[in-house]
Structures are given as C-alpha cells and as structure tokens.
Design a protein around this ligand. Structure first.
Ligand SMILES: Cc1cc2nc3c(=O)[nH]c(=O)nc-3n(C[C@H](O)[C@H](O)[C@H](O)COP(=O)(O)OP(=O)(O)OC[C@H]3O[C@@H](n4cnc5c(N)ncnc54)[C@H](O)[C@@H]3O)c2cc1C
Length: 427
C-alpha cells in the first residue's frame, strides 16, 4: 500500500517518535489495507458489535494472510504500539479494539475447508460462526459454537465456546484439534496435543494474548436437521418453570440442549398477541434423531407453554434464530457468572428482575454446562468451570444510546442481587 502525505499526517497520531520511513517500509510489506483516522472507511472499520465501545485506534491493519499478521506484530512491537487483535468484533468489553494504538484486524483472513473423510474443518482466524455453519451444513456436519451467527470464531473459541451442541459434543475448545499462531516475537507455530502442548492448553479457554491464531482446525460432528425452537410461559410462572427446568435438563439426554431466558417479546417473528409482554422461555435444540423429537419434547409440552414453535429445522436455522433481533451497533451492558444450582431464591430473583426488564431486547439467560462439556477434566484446559451447571448472563440491550444508563443500572442491580445469592448458595 502507498502512503500518501495525508495518511502520513494522520499517522502522527499513533506514534510521534516513529520515522515516516518505518511506516512506508511496513506498508510496502502489507497485502491488505491500512486504515487511518482520516481514511474514508475509518469510522466503519473501527466500529465493533457493542456500540457502547467507542475506541479510536491510530492505525487499523486489515490483514489478508499470515504474512500480514507477522509484519503487523513486528511493526507494533518494534514501535512499542499498544496493539489489539480483532476477530469478529463481538467482545462485550471491546477487547478487539484500542485507543490510539494499532489494531490487527483479522476479518480478511477467511477460508473454510471441510474434510469429509475425517470430519475436520479448517477455519480462518477471521471467520464468523455463520460462515462455518454454512460451509459444513451441506456435508451434514457441524462444529459446536455459540448461538448468534455473527460471533467471531477467534474470540469465542479462545474463550471456551458454549452453545446448543455443548451437552452432546462439548465446548468449542473441546473440539479444537490444532491452531496456527503468530507469537509476540513474530514467529509462527502450529500447536496441537503433540506440538507446543503448553500453548495448545493455554488457548483452549485462556482467551486472547497468547498469540494470534490465523487458522483453527476443529473436529466436526454429524448434525444436519435438529428438532428445535422456543417455548414461552408467562413471567409469573418463572419459579415453577425454573425449578422444573433444572430437574429436567440435568436428567435429559446429552442430545437435548435448552437455555432458559427471561425476556420481553419485542415483535416479529413472534405473533402479535405476544408482543411487548414478558416471559420465561426456553430455547431448545435436540441434536438426536428427529423422529424422537415429539417423544423427547412430551414433558416440555406437558408444562403447557403459552407459546411453542418447536419442530424440525436445519441446524443453521436454529443458529441464526436471533440474528435479526440483535444486529450489530446496539448498546450492550453485560454481567455474567457461573452457577451450580437454581434454588428457589434465584428463581424468585429471575421473576422479580425479569418483570422489570427495562427495554424490549434486554434479557437474562442461563446456558447449561452439563453432558459432554462437564466430562472434561477441570485442569485439562484453562476453562475450569466444568463442575458448574450453568453459565448465566444478564444483558441490558437497546439500539438507542439515550437508554444506556437505563440498561446499565438494571443489569448492575440484577447482577448484584445474583452475586448475593451466589455467595450464599452457588459455587
Ligand atoms: C450477541 C452475542 C452472543 C454471544 N453468544 C455466545 C455464545 O452463544 N456462546 C459463547 O461461548 N459466547 C458467546 N458470546 C461471547 C463471545 O464468544 C465473545 O464475546 C467473544 O470474545 C467474541 O469473539 P469475537 O472474535 O467476535 O470478538 P473480538 O472482539 O474480535 O475478540 C475478542 C477477543 O478475542 C481475541 N481474538 C479474536 N480473534 C482472535 C484470533 N484469531 N487470534 C487471537 N486472538 C483473537 C481478541 O483479541 C479479543 O481479546 C456472544 C457475544 C455476543 C456479543
């Protein structure tokens, strides 16, 4: 890339001591794109999923290959630049972006190759999960991942990865076989159980910062059509449903997953009579033989949901069910924790704070961590919550920045109540 006078002036923002020549030499080695604060595309490129994060890097390098990543790491280190690594840009706290420094953006490193003979999948460091599901589905395969398809493969995998297939096939990290990485000194390594084993251990739940993963290799599993969808009950039934759910899900076959949620129905695709009302709901996914679906769901239907939309659907459909409700660019405030029980007090708190959900998209979720995810040893990966039964999140969400304070205070208050219960009852 050629550095113009204008971009160089802007570059002064990132490192006043650096020589223009350094930047020119760096730019000459990059096949991707350099985005500066005055570049036309700067505003869009620096945005991340959570619009509460508003950071302004001095330089964004949109890498397209491993060589770009190596050059960027060396450039950042040699010039002592604060450096952030960006995958899908979903991180709640904005870890993929920084103020003033260098952002190594991996969104141009996308490739997916499905190997049908050993059911493995190679994925680029900048892919998002919807792309992986799209590529594996025609072969009747899936890699366990999260529930929103725009989430990055990078951040989700390095953090653990909980989703609809966790009970049957484990967390995403439990299905990671190998990774190619660029380390802080610019070296390139491949890690797996036989090579650089300590680093392979660290990236399975230890988060970012151990290096930049340019390629992941996952074990995929036979998942094509699932029996899935939501069931809803009035919010007043929260205590009854949560107590029943705790017992039911922890005794259900591994093929059945269902996360429980306290939510407001904001609008379509739900029918109009449900709009703007609050519910306790469960979003299900049965990844066993769909012929068994009706029998598996009989106990659920016996709980007389007010609304249900459970049936056969392609796996990518359940993975994208909520994409439309949660586009990029909204305000998000998060609290999260792990729990090993749903005592009456917690169910009561869900009902109380669920009834006060401040905006149509704010929610509370509890994702089960049982089945295969719980059978991995506590020290086998850095992801040490194997004996917890649930990962819980409280999210205040709204498109309007004017509601930022409202969603933040509800989330904090709810979180404080849950921490109190947690101290008394939970792990
Ligand atoms: C709407 C929504 C739904 C979610 N659902 C789930 C879910 O169902 N299950 C679940 O487990 N999690 C879920 N998450 C959490 C999600 O996994 C994390 O926010 C994750 O960090 C996002 O990864 P990313 O690559 O998109 O984010 P980024 O912000 O780009 O990156 C997050 C972190 O990972 C690092 N990173 C990213 N890619 C790489 C790479 N290739 N090499 C090295 N470091 C890298 C970044 O430096 C940063 O520290 C959800 C998040 C959101 C916003």
């Amino acid at each position: 890339m050629t550095i113009t006078r204008r971009t160089f002036d802007v570059y002064q923002l990132i490192a006043t001591k650096m020589k223009k020549q350094n930047l020119e030499e760096f730019a000459a080695t990059i096949r991707g794109e350099l985005v500066f604060p005055k570049s036309m595309e700067y505003e869009n490129t620096r945005k991340v999923y959570n619009a509460m994060i508003d950071k302004k890097p001095g330089l964004i390098v949109k890498c397209v290959d491993v060589a770009d990543v190596i050059a960027s790491v060396n450039f950042g280190r040699n010039n002592k630049l604060l450096t952030a690594v960006r995958g899908g840009g979903h991180n709640a706290g904005g870890l993929g972006i920084c103020d003033d420094g260098l952002v190594i953006d991996l969104s141009g490193i996308k490739f997916i190759r499905v190997n049908t003979s050993d059911k493995t999948v190679r994925v680029g460091g900048g892919n998002v999960w919807g792309e992986v599901d799209h590529a594996t589905h025609p072969f009747g395969l899936a890699v366990p991942a999260g529930i929103i398809s725009t989430t990055g493969v990078g951040g989700l995998t390095l953090g653990g990865g909980i989703g609809h297939l966790s009970r049957k096939y484990g967390l995403t990290i439990d299905n990671l076989l190998e990774a190619d990485m660029v380390l802080a000194d610019g070296s390139f390594v491949t890690v797996d159980k036989n090579h650089n084993n300590d680093l392979f251990w660290a990236i399975r739940g230890g988060g970012g910062n151990f290096g930049i993963v340019t390629s992941f290799k996952f074990q995929a599993h036979p998942v094509k059509t699932v029996y899935a969808g939501p069931t809803l009950w009035p919010i007043e039934k929260t205590e009854e449903i949560m107590e029943w759910y705790h017992d039911f899900i922890n005794n259900a076959p591994d093929e059945l997953n269902g996360f429980i949620t306290t939510l407001n129905i904001p609008g379509p695709p739900f029918p109009p009579q449900l709009h703007h009302k609050k519910f306790i709901g469960i979003v299900w996914c049965y990844a066993g033989d769909v012929k068994n679906g009706p029998e598996i769901f009989k106990p659920v239907m016996d709980m007389n949901p007010l609304f249900e939309h459970v049936g056969e659907m392609p796996y990518p459909s359940v993975q994208t069910l909520f994409d439309g409700l949660f586009p990029t660019g909204m305000q998000w405030y998060w609290k999260a924790d792990f729990y090993n029980d749903i005592p009456r007090e917690a169910a009561t708190a869900h009902e109380k704070f669920g009834a006060k959900i401040p905006t149509p998209l704010s929610q509370m979720h509890m994702y089960p961590i049982s089945g295969a995810a719980s059978r991995v040893g506590k020290n086998d990966t850095p992801w040490a919550y194997r004996d917890a039964k649930y990962a819980g999140v409280i999210v205040g969400v709204d498109p309007d920045p004017a509601n930022a304070e409202k969603i933040t205070s509800w989330t904090k208050l709810t979180g404080m109540r849950f921490i109190h219960i947690h101290q008394e009852v939970y792990i």
